[in-house]
Design a binder for this molecule. Structure first.
Ligand code: ADP
Ligand code: MG
Length: 507
């Protein structure tokens, strides 16, 4: 039997977080809940109005292209994509076709596999239809399937706040092979968008949308099969599931000797299955032609170079740098990369640790300290945040105080359980760790000469276990350490205490 290999390409849209819309100065505010507030004659397509290109949006697309290693076209232009739909007031969408701003580029997955980018272009988003008797999810099916009919019932509304918002589209080469890779690609791209600050890329708010093209080719052949496009993917998880579902569906069809129909299918998240929406239109159906109301866009090299020089550190770089610079594990580095703000906070703590070390004449931050800081951030702080249902932005602990706590732990001045108590208190009140340590009397007894005195007392009070240990009964040592802890009300540094006992008992 012929074996089939999946071939997958993605089309990913993102709403750019510009101040104003793509071709007018109406506000671009995704959080506006009142309908039809951010509108003007231009985005409502009144006769006689003319669009003006939003340079901020163009710069954001170029920034994205540069981060992905795309070629930036020095000359490009906008085109009209003609189709009718009630959420599209002009009757066409201004998009790019022949000459997008960016062509080529790659995004590397964590597996090391490189996914090639075909193009990145800029267009405008549409308005939003609201059907009173139908839920929004249903509306989305209709919108994307362009099914007419029932949507024209008496109570349909349209909100044009989103109409004309800058809408960037990135198209990959068909380099992906399964649903998981597609999810990884989407997640990595979303992270990149956030690092670049070009989009908030919140999928739940529709700020990032994914469409997947899936086909199968016979193993050993490089001829691509007929592709099916899947829409209504509300999360990267859905994309993963929908793609894997589609691979199974197409395999069954081909194995039974039938043909794949080129079509657009919708994904039903609840039923975990896809359904046919429409047979795919071809690009000539849209009658693309250069937008006559806008001039071509000439980008001079200085502008491109300037944007390039302003690129921030990218997630892939941070991932690697945190490992070699701070000696933390790649797992911790991943957490501090994906949660960018947590990583930023971590770096502030490290710089406080550096300052302290310079002041105390040490030359460089030991990885012991940075690892400890990463550890407490990732486990303890995240736990406290999730328990209190708050976010890092609400954190009351300054980086300086956090660093001081790490130093206290590192110097053995507090035990790990005391550290947790102090941290919980810092989290609640924002007070500094030394103050809490004093108020709660939590300091750990690490002074060796003090511990020797106490250990002698323990040995004198427990002659039998002491003698047993001398004879080789190792469990007796644990008992003696326990007695030392009891005597000091839990404050003895257990490691130093144990060593002192061993020394005194001559083992
Ligand atoms: P269309 O003209 O139908 O939009 P494109 O050639 O523009 O198709 O490609 C759209 C997306 O589909 C791209 O991401 C591309 O990589 C992917 N693609 C193209 N051909 C195939 C195929 N045979 N199987 C899977 N994906 C494909
Ligand atoms: Mg296309």
């Amino acid at each position: 039997m012929t074996k089939y290999k999946p071939v997958i390409g993605l089309e990913i849209h993102a709403e750019l977080n510009t101040k104003t819309k793509m071709f007018c100065d109406s506000a671009n505010d995704p959080n506006e809940v009142r309908p039809n507030v951010n509108v003007c004659p231009i985005c409502l397509a009144h006769p006689g109005t003319l669009p003006v290109i939003n340079i901020e949006a163009v710069n954001k697309v170029i920034k994205t292209g540069l981060a992905l290693g795309s070629n930036i076209n020095n000359l490009s232009w906008f085109e009209r994509k003609n189709y009718f739909y009630p959420d599209l007031p002009k009757g066409y969408q201004i998009s790019q076709y022949e000459k997008p701003f960016c062509e080529g580029g790659v995004l590397k997955l964590s597996s090391g596999k490189e996914i090639k980018i075909r193009r990145i272009h800029l267009e405008e988003d549409t308005g939003r239809l609201i059907h009173e008797t139908q839920n929004l999810k249903h509306e989305t099916h209709e919108r994307q399937g362009k099914i007419s009919g029932s949507m024209f019932h008496a109570s349909s509304f349209v909100d044009f706040n989103r109409a004309g918002v800058p809408w960037m589209e990135l198209v990959t080469e068909p380099d992906l092979e399964n649903g998981q890779e597609a999810r990884e690609f989407g997640e990595e791209l979303r992270l990149l968008f956030r690092y670049l600050n070009i989009s908030d890329a919140d999928m739940e708010k529709g700020q990032m949308r994914v469409e997947a093209n899936v086909s199968l080719r016979a193993e050993g052949s490089d001829k691509f099969g007929t592709k099916v496009e899947i829409k209504n993917l509300n999360s990267f998880r859905s994309a993963e599931r929908a793609i894997n579902y589609e691979i199974v569906r197409q395999t069954k069809i081909l194995e039974s000797g039938e043909k794949i129909v080129q079509e657009t299918r919708g994904w039903d998240e609840n039923e975990e299955r896809s359904f046919s929406q429409r047979e795919k239109e071809e690009s000539h159906d849209y009658r693309y032609f250069p937008e006559p109301d806008l001039p071509p866009v000439r980008l001079d090299q200085d502008q491109i170079d300037y944007i390039k020089s302003e690129l921030p550190e990218l997630p892939s770089k941070r991932r690697e740098r945190f490992v070699w610079e701070y000696g933390i594990t790649s797992k911790d580095s991943e957490v501090l990369t994906v949660q960018k703000e947590l990583g930023d906070y971590f770096e502030k703590i490290v710089s406080e640790l550096k300052e302290w070390l310079v002041a105390s004449n040490a030359i460089k931050v030991s990885t012991g300290l940075t690892k400890l800081a990463a550890n407490y951030l990732i486990t303890e702080i995240q736990k406290l945040l999730s328990e209190s249902k708050t976010s890092l932005a609400d954190l009351k602990i300054s980086a300086e105080d956090f660093a001081e706590l790490i130093i206290l732990i590192n110097q053995g001045k507090i035990s790990s359980s005391a550290a947790q108590t102090i941290l919980a208190e810092m989290f609640k009140t924002g007070e500094d760790p030394h103050q809490i340590l004093e108020d709660k009397n939590l300091s750990q007894l690490s002074d060796k000469s003090e511990l020797i005195k106490l250990a002698e007392e323990v040995i004198a009070q427990n002659p039998q276990p002491a003698a047993d240990y001398k004879k080789g009964k190792t469990e007796s040592l644990k008992f003696l350490v326990g007695q030392l802890m009891r005597l000091t009300k839990g404050k003895a540094n257990p490691q130093i205490g144990e060593n002192v006992l061993k020394d005194l008992l001559g083992r």
